[in-house]
Design a protein around this ligand. Sequence first.
Ligand SMILES: Nc1ncnc2c1ncn2[C@@H]1O[C@H](COP(=O)(O)OP(=O)(O)OP(=O)(O)O)[C@@H](O)[C@H]1O
Length: 257
Amino acid sequence: MQESLVKLTNVTFNYGNSPVLKDITLTVQPGEFWALIGPNGSGKSTLIKILLGLLKPDRGSVELFGSPISSVSHKERIGYVSQKSNSFNSGFPATVLEVVRSGLTKKTGLFKRFSKEDTEAAMNALHEVGMEKFADRNIGELSGGQQQRVFISRALAAKPDLLIMDEPTVGVDQQNSASFYSMLEKLNRDNGIAIILVSHEIDLVTDLASHVACLNRTMHFHGGRRDFAKLNDTDLSRWYGHSVRFIHQKEGATSDD
Ligand SMILES: Nc1ncnc2c1ncn2[C@@H]1O[C@H](COP(=O)(O)OP(=O)(O)OP(=O)(O)O)[C@@H](O)[C@H]1O
């Protein structure tokens, strides 16, 4: 049987006495593209931190690559890009290539010199996101959207099986965020990399993803995009706690609140 990349079973988490996540169950298989959506404060980032091993659930189990998270040593199999990556000022003293190569330190160790192969892997990763011509530019001279592509390629350089992104397009304009998402779709389709993407751009991401998880402290829906598209706005608005307007572009259906 195929090894699941992620398997959460009845995960419950509280910050002190404040309950945040209750009975979350979710399985991510190789090659799947999950959109993780939910209103502000619904627990999306907390769930990602649990997946990355930064927080430990109070109850339930977390498995990565078929093993309990505590025993997983191949952390390079997960690439992570946070929403705050794109915040370098223009004087930051590192080139794009150096930033991407630094993504290989999980494999090479912090103080090992980079080899020719490392540079090649970094250039290939830049090529994947259409940024190779910026390799020698200073990272701080790039726009927010371009910097975010560089951070994706930094995560890709180590050839992860799973890419986790927490609102990667915050601060990126609408046009650039649409082309950013197309790039993710291509990476998923052509390279087979599984993706978990947290985003508030619900219409865009639920149309791109193969699967959708709708979180608001509990998991209200998780399943394939087509089943998600069949949900009505009343259900979704109830889960969100306020009215929501969903436009399913690929299905060609629109709905208003
Ligand atoms: N370190 C913390 N200590 C205590 N409470 C926290 C902490 N981090 C988050 N919370 C609370 O946990 C809840 C879930 O927060 P979380 O950041 O996971 O939500 P989110 O869905 O990612 O929100 P957003 O969409 O606004 O980024 C919120 O009520 C938040 O205030």
